[in-house]
Design a binder for this molecule. Structure first.
Ligand SMILES: [Zn+2]
Length: 368
């Protein structure tokens, strides 16, 4: 091929590619599905980020290294001439990030999406497990487990629900740049338990929120929730398989799943009997309450500076922050209750809300 012809061909190719770039620039974000086994590295690789660029992105913000993605979340991609932008949304927390590649320059930072939120209603009947009854209608483990969270104080075992028990709920759908990216909270729920329809409403607080109905305020339970946001990762199971060692190890407390740094509250007025660090519990605190009751809080990130043996704390005082120290795969609070030397199921003894929400919920009930 002579040089002249080669130059003409090159010019034509240039015209075609730049035309395509102009076309792409006119396009907005497209939403992309998270694939099984995906993580941020895989997504960046798929969109042309080199090894060095991927490392640069991960080094830009700790939240990006901790990013947790599930199949019900989408991410956004926009490509224009010489620029690629990704927007990624943590499936578990409200964290969102913009990742921009412009030529050789990489920028990655946290941002506040201005979500457009709609709500959607799902109706169904329980056949088999609750999870198995919800997932065919809305393919999101998050949504299905949030529904179960709403009833965790009311239903002893979800397996005991009557076959065909009707349920419904409304759930938030979050849109960014006109695209659906993730589900939000379940807002209202209804479930038939032992022939009775039990409804719940998600009540937001300044730093959390709980599922609630008027009956919950009449609960005689003397302890309060030790966290502002109740998301159950693992229940009290005297005979369970340990997630790490795969051996049968009883789980003698309840695990509340929360981001690192969220406050841990004293479930009731008491005195610090022990605190410190050990291999399994990580950083922990044990409080003693009247009548031979002890509450314990494990896997803490930070123990409050005031904590000393013998220190008296009030119900709802912040005593520590949620972490993942000791035997732990994901940030959570392991909360346990011991009554007269025996470990009991904490969910049978705590109210379904923290102490600081009591007056807000009481005024809500008064209005109804
Ligand atoms: Zn636990």
């Amino acid at each position: 091929m002579n040089q002249h012809l080669a130059r003409i061909i090159c010019a034509i190719i240039l015209v075609i590619t730049s035309y395509q770039s102009v076309q792409a620039a006119a396009n907005n974000f497209t939403a992309q599905q998270i694939r099984t086994g995906d993580n941020l590295l895989g997504i960046l690789k798929r969109h042309g980020f080199s090894t060095r660029e991927r490392e640069q992105v991960l080094g830009s913000d700790v939240g990006l290294r901790r990013l947790f993605l599930t199949l019900d979340t989408r991410y956004l991609v926009r490509r224009s001439s010489g620029e690629t932008e990704l927007r990624v949304f943590d499936s578990q927390t409200s964290d969102a990030f913009r990742i921009i590649k412009r030529g050789k320059t990489i920028q990655a930072f946290k941002y506040d999406p201005k979500y457009k939120i709609t709500s959607m209603r799902i109706d169904g009947k329980v056949h088999g497990s609750v999870l198995g009854s919800i997932l065919p209608k809305i393919n999101s483990n998050w949504v299905a487990t949030r529904f179960m969270d709403a009833y965790v104080f009311d239903v002893k075992s979800f397996r005991s629900l009557r076959r065909g028990a009707p349920f419904w709920f409304t759930v938030e759908k979050k849109y960014e740049e006109g695209q659906f990216v993730k589900y939000g909270e379940i807002l209202q729920t209804s479930l038939e338990i032992d022939g009775e329809v039990v409804r719940k409403k998600f009540m937001r607080s300044k730093d959390g929120g709980v599922f609630f109905n008027d009956q919950d305020l009449l609960e005689k339970r003397v302890f309060f929730s030790p966290v502002n946001y109740i998301k159950i990762a693992s229940k009290f199971q005297p005979n369970r398989l340990h997630p790490i060692t795969r051996r049968r190890v009883p789980h003698l407390g309840v695990d509340f799943e929360l981001p690192i740094g969220d406050p841990v509250l004293a479930a009731k007025k008491g005195v610090v009997v022990r605190y410190g660090n050990n291999r399994a519990a990580g950083n922990y605190i044990v409080l003693r309450h009247p009548n031979g009751v002890e509450s314990s809080y494990n896997h803490l990130y930070k123990i409050d500076r005031r904590i000393r043996e013998g220190l008296a704390v009030n119900t709802g005082d912040k005593i520590a922050e949620v972490g993942c120290t000791g035997y732990c795969t994901r940030a959570h609070l392991h909360f346990a209750l011991k009554i007269k030397g025996r470990m009991v199921d904490p969910l049978k003894y705590i109210k379904p809300y923290p102490q600081n929400m009591h007056s807000m919920l009481a005024s809500q009930v008064a209005r109804n």
